[in-house]
Design a protein around this ligand. Structure first.
Ligand SMILES: Cc1ncc(COP(=O)(O)O)c(C=O)c1O
Length: 396
């Protein structure tokens, strides 16, 4: 994105690596709607649920007991143990809670730490396009170079090992994957993940697997990349509590991986963060102990909304493939002849529905918009009525 005149004035004060970052295509958009009334938002990517009360209450009680100090840099031992148990029970992958798991301030911090721990200036990190907005920025902040592998609706936004292999150069350090995907909702089947594993092993690359939406799949199983045979020793698995337990504001996630890499990440974490928020760690313990019924209930509800919105989008003429995970629909808007930014801006101004332009997630997101369906069915229904009117008016 072009640096504007004001930014140019500041650029001497600001580091080159920060100046290289584009403003988030999502934030920019939300600044627009901040002062508008009556907007239905399919924009923000977070659950509309509050955190289940028994989870919040555990943290409240711990505060009442005065449990307000730093924790160990790696996180409360019980939380690391429960996280290891969760990964073993759900995906059959084993991590030592003492040295192979680090509790972080959300997957956001874990991503940043992973990049800073492994990327040298000029190293290349391969990722899909479209991808989650923070992926390329984290690589740039680590002074690496994001390298994009295009994906499309025709191939279900899945990526093949061979497509990744074509992008490998002498400078490639890592492959960053994120499934179920934000923004597309795609879930990677096991055979394709095996293909990526084979490529990573052949070229001795680290795979960073962002599995924050692992629990949110519909009718398909999530395969944990690290659970595939022979890949764990070169994998950094990222997971968190934000999405599955409706805990975005608590800021709690984790990284699991080989001891050497987790130790390097912990070194950065101890100087920059110290320890993840103590009340959030207590809440996460409660989530792992007793939150499963809540997760299942929310997944069932997201699934109802998913089916409703996908059918609704297709009915109004916005071709939408069936997302199998996360809580996003990613319909094509090419029938209107508009760019995704034009579409999103006009839709907001004329019909007061907020969606996110696909271009915010990379060049291959152009021609699509992201609609988050973690909102009430009633709002989704009204949003579809308004979008239907809009598409009818502009359809070519
Ligand atoms: C794919 C993906 N990874 C990571 C994050 C960050 O999550 P957290 O709240 O754990 O920092 C998000 C949040 O939207 C996401 O969609």
């Amino acid at each position: 994105m072009a640096v504007n005149v004001n930014n140019q004035k500041q650029s001497k004060l600001i580091s080159d690596r920060t100046n290289k970052l584009s403003p988030s295509g999502i934030r920019k958009f939300f600044d627009l709607l901040a002062n508008m009334e009556g907007v239905i938002s399919l924009g923000v990517g977070e659950p509309d649920y509050a955190t289940p009360w028994h989870i919040s209450e555990a943290a409240v009680k711990s505060l009442e007991r005065g449990y307000t100090m730093y924790t160990s840099n790696s996180g409360i031992p019980e939380l690391r143990e429960l996280t290891a148990k969760h990964l073993k029970e759900k995906y059959g992958v084993e991590y030592d809670p003492n040295g192979e798991i680090l509790m972080t301030v959300g997957v956001s911090e874990a991503l940043d730490l992973a990049m800073r721990a492994i990327v040298n200036p000029g190293d290349e990190v391969i990722m899909t396009d479209p991808h989650y907005v923070a992926y390329d920025s984290c690589v740039i902040l680590a002074e690496g170079k994001p390298v994009k592998v295009p994906t499309s609706q025709e191939n279900g936004f899945e990526v093949e090992g061979k497509d990744i292999e074509e992008k490998i150069t002498g400078k490639t350090k890592a492959i960053l994957i994120g499934y179920p995907s934000n923004p597309t909702g795609a879930v990677m089947p096991r055979n394709k993940l095996l293909g990526i594993g084979a490529v990573a092993r052949r070229h001795n690359l680290i795979v960073i697997s962002d599995e924050i939406y692992a629990r949110l799949t519909y009718g398909v199983e999530h395969t944990c990349y690290a659970s595939l045979p022979g890949v764990k020793e070169n994998t950094i698995l990222l997971g968190g509590f934000s999405k599955a337990y409706a805990m975005t504001g608590w800021r709690i996630g984790y990284a699991a991986g080989p001891k050497e890499i987790i130790a390097a990440m912990t070194k950065i974490h101890q100087y920059t963060i110290m320890s993840a928020p103590t009340p959030a760690q207590v809440a996460a313990i409660e989530a792992l102990k007793t939150g499963e019924p809540n997760v299942l209930e929310m997944v069932e509800d997201y699934n109802r909304r998913r089916m409703f919105i996908v059918k609704g989008l297709n009915d109004i003429g916005l071709l939408c493939y069936e997302p199998k995970g996360a809580f996003y629909a990613f319909p094509s808007i090419t029938c209107t002849g508009m760019t995704s930014e034009e579409f999103s801006e006009k839709l907001l101004m004329e019909e007061k529905v907020a969606v996110v332009p696909g271009s915010a997630f990379g060049a291959c997101g152009e021609g699509y918009v992201r609609c988050c369906y973690a909102t009430s069915l009633q709002d989704i229904e009204e949003a579809l009525t308004r979008m239907g009117r809009f598409v009818k008016k502009y359809k070519k």
